[in-house]
Design a protein around this ligand. Sequence first.
Ligand SMILES: CC(C)(COP(=O)(O)OP(=O)(O)OC[C@H]1O[C@@H](n2cnc3c(N)ncnc32)[C@H](O)[C@@H]1OP(=O)(O)O)[C@@H](O)C(=O)NCCC(=O)NCCS
Ligand SMILES: CC(=O)OP(=O)(O)O
Length: 323
Amino acid sequence: MGFIEELKSKVSAQCPSIVFPEGEDERILGACVRLQEERILAPVVLGNIDKIKETAQAKGLNIDNLAVIDPLNYDDTDALADAFVERRKGKIDKEGAIEMLKDPNYFGTLLVYTGRAAGMVSGAVHTTGETVKPALQIIKTKEGFKRTSGLFVMLRGDEQYLMSDCAINLEMDAPTMAEVAVITDMTGKQFGMDPHVAMLSFSTKGSAKSDEVTMVQEATALVKENHPEIKIDGELQFDAAFVETVAKKKAPGSPVAGHANTFIFPNLAAGNIGYKIAQRFGGFEAIGPILQGLNHPVNDLSRGCNEDEVYSLSIITAAQAIL
Ligand SMILES: CC(C)(COP(=O)(O)OP(=O)(O)OC[C@H]1O[C@@H](n2cnc3c(N)ncnc32)[C@H](O)[C@@H]1OP(=O)(O)O)[C@@H](O)C(=O)NCCC(=O)NCCS
Ligand SMILES: CC(=O)OP(=O)(O)O
């Protein structure tokens, strides 16, 4: 059984409710109708009902059984605003909260925070910043984690790899890269994988010297020291991490080199460019970014996503909510 198929059977047993702030988008609406008809999860679609009906008609979708909420016309806005003000502790007043709730990403995030939905999927229309900022402010990271990070599950046939951080952290240092590695290992295990983690660089085992190479070496050392149970090595170039013959030459004796399946990037440019190259040149399905380390699952999409990627990320979001 494939990765998504396996999660699907676990998720459908509980059928959690997932909110989609971009209900007027045809890729979102198409995926929601499929998820609802297959009884995998219970979508809650946000948007203007007339515009959603227009999208449905243009695509020939039957939305009769879909839960739709217009954030501009919702009975419980007052309760959401109160929860928002309480959570932000002096950073927003009631009037400001009511205004912010007109933004579907804030509205959807508050539905998740207050337990009205188990998770959220957005970002097919909005930028990553617009999508994730409400979650960073309201959902926040779990105890023990300082930074969230954006993971991609890369799928092609039987191949399955994890890549992160491809979406969030503009500045990388050794503690942040170490934290990304630890949480990515946890996510992989949560999804039933056996992560072999490569801390990526343009250098393998000291073949080049620079501040960034030192940062990756320090991050690797931090993980090895604090989490001896994690299968990790670095710093490794991608070929040394992935190709056995190259690993034998560049990193002999490494427990990970040559068969890594989990790749941690040394900066956001490498991560974001790297996953898109694998997706567009390599023909991988790229599912994510999956935000790791938050109290509840809120996941972003690339604006370049297709309906199948929305469908798959929704199943992963539901799985994060129940596993
Ligand atoms: C994610 C991002 C929007 C955060 O923006 P930001 O300007 O740092 O956010 P702010 O400084 O306003 O912080 C907002 C809140 O988020 C928290 N925060 C910021 N980055 C965080 C992170 N990585 N993890 C957890 N919390 C974070 C802050 O602590 C702050 O909390 P507070 O308001 O309760 O004090 C920004 O880092 C970003 O644009 N990243 C790149 C996104 C992108 O375009 N990626 C490429 C495409 S996927
Ligand atoms: C993840 C990502 O790169 O998002 P977008 O393509 O929307 O910028």
